[in-house]
Design a protein around this ligand. Structure first.
Ligand code: OSB
Ligand code: MG
Length: 368
């Protein structure tokens, strides 16, 4: 498989409504798309970095820099026999997992197409459909949150996750739990608390939550192990991973393709978690259809035993960049596409219209 061309673009997409987390509020997304041409076949990937370095250190702009100045020039013209060899070729670049993931995943799409198989099959997925939940941003008051939850449940979603932050937590969770005593409910604090808040966080134990996601600092595995020892609720780590299992910092792991640098690493983490009996699920980063399609393919791996945050395109976008858009069944599942590669058509016309910058590396850059 020879990497013949790499095109990096930035597109602008506006979320249907603002999404608030403890990090802040986002509505105008600046997303990087990567298109690679391998042996004449195009594959697509998405960089899932945010506009600000709030979730992790990467941003849309750091990813642009790292892909443009380091990843693309070093990969162009190179050949590999399988995409799983790509991480080794990028190993001299420390960190910048989301930038690497955008490129690696584009190559996975191309490889699946070249082999004529759906991406989920190539990855070793075993499920035909994946279980879906939703992630709900912070709301003004508990009443409006309860109303949103009701709507999402009516659409069939199997698990509801509430974003929380200090002051917008206990009453909101209590109100939802009171109205819906039996639903699968979880919370995500996006690092908004400290270990000193343990007695306060323990008050959430009474709500029988499926999990509490990333209550403490994004890379503080040690503090999470102290908190988990005191809490009944399973802690799920999103912003840091494997050592966390060893240290008993959590009982559940959220795998995000971008955070872990792509499908190759995601698959290794899924295997390790399965070997340890730790359930995993697929988180979201407000992706366009391309990132969403990659998330669906990954979620078919056998360890993904809990509903993820991958939901319908129309919850976020009035017009997606893939065709058809991602849709959710009445049972709250998404069926994995059965056509080769990502299984969705990429709408180049639409992408062209919303592209704000673009860069290409092709044959003329390739020394090899
Ligand atoms: O913690 O899961 C998170 C969005 C941006 C940054 C962090 C997170 C999120 C989400 C988005 O929850 C969920 C989705 O894409 O549906
Ligand atoms: Mg999270």
């Amino acid at each position: 498989m020879k990497i013949e061309s790499i095109t990096l673009r930035e597109i602008r997409m506006k979320l249907k409504s603002p999404f608030e987390t403890s990090f802040g509020t986002v509505q105008d997304r600046r997303i990087l798309l990567v298109e690679v041409v391998v042996d004449g076949t195009s594959g697509w990937g998405e960089v899932t970095a945010g506009e600000t370095p709030a979730y992790n250190a990467e941003t849309t702009d750091t990813a642009w820099h790292v892909i443009s100045d380091f990843i693309a020039p070093s990969l162009i013209g190179q050949s590999v026999s399988e995409t799983s060899e790509l991480p080794r070729l990028m190993a001299q670049i420390r960190g910048h997992e989301m930038a690497k993931s955008g490129v690696e995943n584009a190559m996975w799409d191309a490889e699946a197409q070249l082999k004529g198989v759906p991406l989920h099959r190539l990855l070793g997925g075993t499920m035909e459909e994946i279980a879906c939940g939703v992630s709900l941003g912070i709301r003004e008051n508990p009443e409006s949150l309860v109303k949103r939850v009701e709507e999402e449940l009516r659409s069939g979603y199997q698990r509801i996750k509430l974003k929380i932050k200090p002051g917008k937590d206990y009453e909101f969770v209590a109100a939802v739990r009171k109205e819906f005593p039996n639903i699968r409910l979880s919370v995500d604090a996006n690092s908004a608390y400290s270990l000193d808040d343990a007695p306060y966080l323990k008050r959430l134990d009474q709500f029988g939550l499926l999990m509490m996601e990333q209550p403490l600092n994004w890379d503080d595995i040690h503090a999470h192990s102290k908190l988990q020892a005191q809490m009944q609720t399973a802690i799920c780590l999103d912003e840091c991973t494997l050592t966390a299992i060893e240290l008993k910092s959590c009982r559940i792991i959220n795998i995000k393709l971008g955070r872990v640098s792509g499908h190759t690493e995601a698959r290794l983490i899924e295997q390790a978690c399965r070997a340890h009996g730790v359930p995993v699920w697929c988180g979201g980063m407000l992706e366009s259809g391309i990132g969403r399609a990659h998330n669906i393919a990954m979620s078919t791996l056998p360890g993904f035993s809990l509903p993820g945050d991958v939901s319908a395109s129309q919850r976020y976008w009035s017009e997606d960049i893939i065709e058809p858009p991602v849709e959710v069944t009445e049972k709250g599942t998404i069926r994995a596409a059965e056509t080769p590669g990502l299984g969705y058509a990429v709408r180049r016309d639409r992408i062209e219209k919303i592209t704000t910058r673009r860069s290409n590396w092709g044959a003329r850059h390739a020394a090899r």
